[in-house]
Ligand binder design. Structure first.
Ligand SMILES: Nc1ncnc2c1ncn2[C@@H]1O[C@H](COP(=O)(O)OP(=O)(O)OP(=O)(O)O)[C@@H](O)[C@H]1O
Ligand SMILES: [Mg+2]
Length: 268
């Protein structure tokens, strides 16, 4: 079997396909690249009772993979281009081969899959790291689950200026509940909850719009969302709202946070 290790800026993911094509996976927080890669690999082996001799190859990818030289544990270890891994993984999880992938990790990368051709289109530095970084300063927590918990009770109208705040009518195809300016209202009475929601809303709206423009530029209307940011229910709701106005479908495949690691495992 081939094991894919994705050493991301924040988390390290390890994935492999089992004999029935089931996805076997492990996730750890990134410390330094070597510790998190070897640690996560070890955990994967122990928990699944794999034998080292059954592992024909390790494919490593992600920002931290550049720090690893040579073979891990005497097993052939190859480096895989991260954007290719995202493309292969997103294509596998979505079961589609004409897609745009928006990989929401610490930052966000946008990739086009056109059959076997994978192209890195660009992206934005706005991603999961933006959410935790802004929350650390503005609401004094960078713990992801706490931010999401706060945001679930927030009122966006205390933070954002909506189109309905500035005009009596819709603006073109944008209805009054669309954002005119993120953080453009910022009332004094805004609570931690409201600010948490404002941060998440801003991050996902930026990612959503960058993804929409990328998709439109390639005459595509399917954006497959991968990375840890894919499975945030609030984020999914924000992207789905954008989806309706711009006729672009955002899809959130199961195991999307492992897309890069799965893509690495499937790479030659
Ligand atoms: N339980 C969680 N613990 C930590 N981060 C989480 C959690 N759930 C979601 N996140 C978010 O996911 C982000 C990390 O996503 P992911 O693991 O896909 O990135 P990465 O692969 O490490 O980074 P990149 O691909 O940009 O190098 C964090 O910045 C955080 O906002
Ligand atoms: Mg990543």
């Amino acid at each position: 079997m081939v094991i894919g290790i994705d050493i991301g800026s924040t988390t390290t993911k390890v994935a492999s396909l089992g004999s029935n094509n089931e996805i076997i996976k492990i996730k750890t927080k990134a410390i330094d690249a070597i510790t998190s890669a070897t640690g996560a690999f070890g955990k994967m082996i122990m928990e699944n009772h794999f034998r080292l001799e059954d592992i024909e190859k390790i494919n490593i990818t992600g920002a931290g993979s550049s720090k690893i030289t040579g073979n891990l544990f005497g097993i052939r270890t190859d480096k895989i281009d991260e954007m290719s891994a995202i493309g292969i993984g997103g294509k596998y999880l979505s079961k589609k081969d004409q897609i745009i992938i928006s990989n929401i990790g610490t930052g966000t990368a946008i990739i086009q899959v056109n059959g076997d051709i994978i192209t890195h289109l660009g992206g934005t530095g706005v991603g999961g790291g933006t959410i935790t970084g802004l929350a650390k300063e503005l609401i004094k927590t960078s713990e992801y689950s706490a931010i999401v918990q706060y945001a679930s009770q927030g009122n966006i109208n205390n933070v954002d200026l909506n189109i309905g705040d500035i005009t009596e009518t819709d603006i073109g195809f944008l209805s009054k509940d669309f954002t005119a300016s993120n953080f453009g209202k910022m009332l004094d009475i805004a609570t931690k909850e409201d600010i948490a929601l404002g941060i998440i809303n801003m991050a996902y709206q930026v990612i959503g719009m960058v993804s929409v423009f990328a998709a439109r530029s390639k005459n595509n209307d399917i954006v497959v969302v991968t990375g840890f940011g894919s499975n945030n229910p609030l984020g999914q709701k924000i992207l789905t709202h954008i989806s309706k106005a711009y006729s672009i479908n955002f899809e959130f495949p199961v195991d999307a946070e492992y897309a890069t690691a799965i893509g690495a495992a499937l790479s030659k």
